[in-house]
Design a protein around this ligand. Structure first.
Ligand code: 6PG
Length: 479
């Protein structure tokens, strides 16, 4: 067996193991080591493992570096707990396949990457046949979060959760004294919730970018002025990680040119896919998710740089000035944020019913209060509202309905001004459309139904004949 000598040195000396020492994996391993756990680590390239150990400084005594996978598995006390932090997709399957002959029944493999929740279900079912437990763990908070306290969303069996909870609860971010980690349901439930978290993240980021666009293009403000407004907003009801870092990035000056760095960054957004997955999933469940849909569309369109250049040449990119106050912009963003989160929680409620997961929505809001990218002052109030009105949409819970009544007028003014001036605000506008539809007692789908019946005899129901469905025309020709 490879690495047999090293195995005699390290056997059973670690409490837990981690595979994949990229930015997230390395930081998570240091976080675990710092809490007093001995952690075995293995990376596909041994050079990275050596570099990691060298960077670990005074945490090195708690780290058991392994050159071979078999040595790594042997180093972990049983039942083994093995965390994978490798890129989502095939790499996870490959790593599980490599571990499979080395692990024993009762061991727990944790996938802490941004995996597709259905892949997690499939992997959990396959490993269960061999008695190996699998925990799908959504981890949010970027590199800083992984190092000093992420928010974590777990899906898996009670046994898998019981094995990992003592470690996860000490490495998690804390809101007051409450660790931001929870067991949310079986197999794919944790990765599902993380996916929806990322969808909300996309919507939040897009709405912030739209407000930035209004300030930059409609109001002629420079990056530093814009950053100062975001910094002020971060001291109010919008207080959140994304507002905080927006202020920071807007203030950064490029040393080489003396210009705001943000002005030099190419205006094409990347995406690894979780936002798109959220939209696709919402569509398959017929759950409305307009803000995330708009955000994904905007990222895709941002990448079509040639088309945008051609469009600017063909139609002119001229934008008229907008006259909006800082308070109106703040208030519009606040309303948009509530609507986006409300849509996200409604999607979670729908998925929970579809999949019979019984997702604990208030607890999800609680574990998003610290550590994760969408952490925000609002989430504590959202947790309370979801507790008090578990069956209602967040937007209808008394505290949030009152916020919307107070702030939607600003959203309307801001979207109206943007539309009139030609500044694109697709996510804010989508949220306004959603709001106006969810309070429209008499909608316009009667016309859709009539059209469907006219061209395809699809049938309709009549308001004056309750209980009768599948009714048809006759339809008339005009004049
Ligand atoms: C988090 C982030 C994290 C990652 C995103 C970025 O919660 O810590 O969401 O998971 O930064 O996957 O996603 P995009 O590359 O799709 O923007």
């Amino acid at each position: 067996m490879q690495g047999a000598e090293a195995m005699t040195d390290t056997r059973d000396t670690a409490d837990i193991g981690l595979i994949g020492l990229g930015t997230m994996g390395g930081n998570l391993a240091l976080n675990i080591a710092e809490t007093g756990h001995r952690i075995a680590v293995w990376n596909r390239t041994a050079a990275r493992t050596r570099a990691f150990l060298a960077e670990a400084d005074d945490l090195a005594p708690n780290i058991v570096p392994c050159a071979q996978l078999a040595e790594f598995v042997g180093a972990i006390a049983r039942p083994r707990r093995i965390i994978l932090m490798v890129p989502a997709g095939q790499a996870v399957d490959d790593q599980i396949a490599a571990l499979r002959p080395l692990v024993d029944a009762g061991d727990v493999i944790v996938d802490a990457g941004n995996s597709d929740w259905q892949d997690t279900q499939r992997r959990a079912a396959a490993l269960a046949l061999a008695g190996v437990e699998f925990l799908g763990l959504g981890v949010s908070g970027g590199a800083e979060g992984a190092r000093h306290g992420p928010s974590m969303m777990a899906g898996g069996s009670d046994r898998a959760w019981a094995a990992l909870a003592p470690v996860l609860q000490v490495i998690a971010a804390r809101f007051a004294h409450d660790p931001c980690v929870a067991h949310l349901g079986p197999d794919g439930a944790g990765h599902y919730v993380k996916m929806v978290h990322n969808g909300i993240e996309y919507a939040d980021m897009q709405m912030i970018a739209e407000i930035y666009g209004l300030m930059r293009d409609g109001m002629g403000q420079g990056a530093v002025t814009i950053g100062a407004a975001f910094a002020r907003w971060n001291a109010g009801p919008l207080a959140s990680y994304l507002i905080e870092i927006t202020a920071e990035v807007a203030h950064a000056i490029d040393a080489a040119t003396g210009q705001p760095l943000i002005d030099l960054i190419v205006d094409q957004a990347g995406q690894k896919g979780t936002g798109r997955w959220t939209v696709i999933d919402a569509q398959t469940r017929a759950a409305p998710l307009p803000a995330v849909e708009a955000a994904v569309m905007a990222r895709v369109l941002s990448g079509e740089a040639e088309a945008r250049l051609a469009g600017a040449a063909r139609f002119g990119g001229a934008i008229a000035a907008v006259d909006l106050s800082e308070t109106e912009l703040e208030s519009a963003l606040f309303a948009g944020k509530i609507l986006a989160y409300s849509q996200g929680f409604s999607l979670l409620a729908t998925a929970s019913r579809d999949e019979t997961w019984a997702l604990p929505l208030p607890r999800i809001a609680q574990i998003w209060r610290a550590g994760c990218i969408i952490r925000s002052a609002l989430l504590d109030d959202m947790a309370n509202a979801l507790n008090e009105s578990p069956d209602s949409r967040l937007a209808f819970a008394p505290a949030f309905a009152a916020h919307l009544a107070a702030h939607v007028p600003s959203l309307r003014r801001v979207v109206g001004a943007a539309v009139a001036a030609g500044v694109p605000v697709p996510a804010l506008a989508a949220n306004l459309g959603y709001f106006d539809m969810i309070r429209q007692a008499r909608g316009t789908a009667n016309l859709i139904q009539a059209q469907r019946d006219r061209f395809g005899e699809h049938g309709f129901a009549r308001a004056d004949r309750p209980g009768q469905t599948g009714l048809h025309g006759p339809w008339a020709k005009p004049g």
